[in-house]
Design a protein around this ligand. Structure first.
Ligand SMILES: [Zn+2]
Length: 287
């Protein structure tokens, strides 16, 4: 089994609020151990976490060797105050505050920096996001400052324009990346930046009744078509399910994501190469 390059140990794949509440008065070790066990039983030996604001992924990294899992974490994700990202990290207003958050993540043992530069999918309305992405200048500064601190950057990013700006700014991996158009896919392929299209949090919604299936299906088909195109251009595409997200359980969610990627025609060798690159680049001072 390949590794899981985008997970959130803080969530349980069922109910976000209940899962996070478990860690209200300190990290619930039992929950972390349960999810590590689920990952292990699915044959996963490598996990890259996308961060959380409660220290859950930090504990997961410490416990992971007991389960034979290599674990990388940004500790928490960083977002601009007033924008999407509060569920997985901490906000900044000024770039001085951003610099401090980067330094603090490093001090807490982060392997890399995770940033949020766009909204998320509006699952009930295909092709739309919950908000606009950040301006290019801010994205460039966020990535540049993390690189200056010797850290690779994983970016939560959706929308064609925001993805293009983020790739141009030299991001080290692009997460979700919904709605990229041809020009941006060419840039992605030219740069060789690993892309994790995270099908599972969308596709696994089919039939659950939370959102209209026809809208879910449209987003899923759009992403499948985009991934097919990117694969034909030789882009670096990887396996990251957003495990922990609603209907994406640890372990089983990774297998679901693998299925979606296979249906989009991504060769297993491509997924393997993306994982190798993540394991090599997403370590401190190895940018
Ligand atoms: Zn995520």
């Amino acid at each position: 089994m390949l590794g899981e390059c985008h997970a959130h140990m803080i969530m349980d794949g069922i109910n976000y609020k209940a899962a996070v509440a478990l860690h209200r008065d300190g990290v619930c070790e039992e929950a972390v151990r349960r999810h590590l066990k689920e990952s292990r039983e699915a044959g996963i030996r490598f996990v890259r976490d996308g961060g959380d604001a409660r220290g859950v992924s930090k504990l997961a990294k410490r416990l992971a060797p007991e389960y034979g899992i290599e674990y990388l974490t940004p500790v928490y994700a960083i977002h601009k105050r007033g924008h999407y990202g509060g569920i997985v990290g901490h906000p900044f207003d000024t770039f001085e505050e951003y610099r401090e958050l980067v330094a603090e993540a490093k001090a807490e043992g982060a392997d890399f920096i995770k940033i949020m530069v766009s909204g998320l999918l509006d699952f009930g309305r295909a092709g739309t996001l919950t908000e606009e992405g950040l301006p290019g200048e801010e994205i460039r500064r966020m990535i540049g400052m993390a690189h200056d601190a010797g850290m690779a950057v994983m970016a939560h990013c959706n929308g064609d324009e925001t993805c293009r700006l983020t790739l141009e700014a030299g991001v080290d991996s692009l997460e979700h990346g919904f709605f990229m158009e041809d020009g941006t896919l060419h840039l992605l392929a030219e740069r060789g930046t690993p892309w994790f299209p995270t099908f599972a949090p969308v596709g696994n919604l089919l039939g659950c009744g939370r959102f209209p299936d026809e809208e879910v299906k449209k987003n899923l088909e759009m992403q499948t078509e985009r991934v097919k195109k990117a694969a034909s251009l030789g882009a670096c595409i990887g396996l990251g399910s957003d495990a922990g997200a609603c209907l994406v359980p640890h372990g089983a969610g990774t297998a679901d994501e693998y299925g979606y990627l296979m249906r989009a025609g991504v060769p297993e060798e491509t997924l393997r190469k993306a994982e190798e690159r993540i394991r090599r680049v997403f370590r401190r001072n190895c940018v």
